[in-house]
Design a protein around this ligand. Sequence first.
Ligand code: PBG
Length: 334
Amino acid sequence: MLPSQADFPLTRFRRARQSPAIRALVRESTLSVDDFIWPVFVRSGAGIEEPVPSMPGVMRRSVDRVVEAAREAADLGIRAICIFPYTALEERTEDCAGAWDPENHANRAIRAIKAAVPEIAVMTDVALDTYNINGHDGFVEDGEIVNDRTVEALVRMTLAQAEAGADIIGPSDMMDGRIGAMRAALENAGHHNVMILSYAAKYASAFYGPFRDAVGASAALTGDKKTYQMDPGNSDEALRLIARDLREGADMVMIKPGLAYLDICRRVKESFGAPTFAYQVSGEYAMIQAAAQNGWIDGDRVMMESLMAFKRSGCDGILTYFAPAAARLLSKPA
Ligand code: PBG
């Protein structure tokens, strides 16, 4: 319950809005460079930085260039970077063996970043989609995405990433039982401090379109992901998933996509008080960039306003392609 307010003119709300100094003093939520995890796309080769057409300003980089980008991010004060591999159609297989290959370009990027920029936390993606010929996050048998055999593969993938030096494992696959299996395997292997940020409430969303271009999954994907990702009509289910993943050993939880699901962020933070992240996904980024490029909105201001919305909704942090741009703006005196 909010306390009652004195009537006008004892209360004048505009008093608290009269100047930048007063507005800053009474601001309830703040945005800082500490809030960001920056997702980056890594590909094979060397010296390569190729633009992703559906995500203006976003690049696919070869390992050497990802290391340079991590250095720049750390110099901007960004604390964490999240590695997503791009895999060409001809590199994909039905058994997805590339996913747990210690020498795949994601694992090489993890090792290279930890060697060159040890102060930045490295997060990973655990799911089979970028290695799978059909673009699904799990193995497909007779047209069905099978759960338990997929979890075994995800555990192998997790261990390879932890071995490569990952700080935070990011399961984005939405299989059941994977958090418990991953946590047990990490503990067994002595990786007690490797954290799990579970994509616990991940919706089957059309906002992922540009990402699937970025990782090469659009061409591959057959059908949709509705048998494992959540129905956008559901909210209680998100709480049950978060409770389950925390019980299985998730250290942090994520809601994805972001802006269209801020109600979920709020409920999750209030219900569990666990470290809560939102993913401002590719489609959200692309919409803002497209409108800004057309001169229809002020891109910088909409970027900052959208990021602030996550903090106001209760999130502790945000995975966002805007991380470097927002960090640059935040470092300028207001
Ligand atoms: C797949 C994965 C997806 C994203 C992150 N991991 C796409 C999907 O589920 O199809 C989306 C990220 C974004 O849109 O920015 N494991």
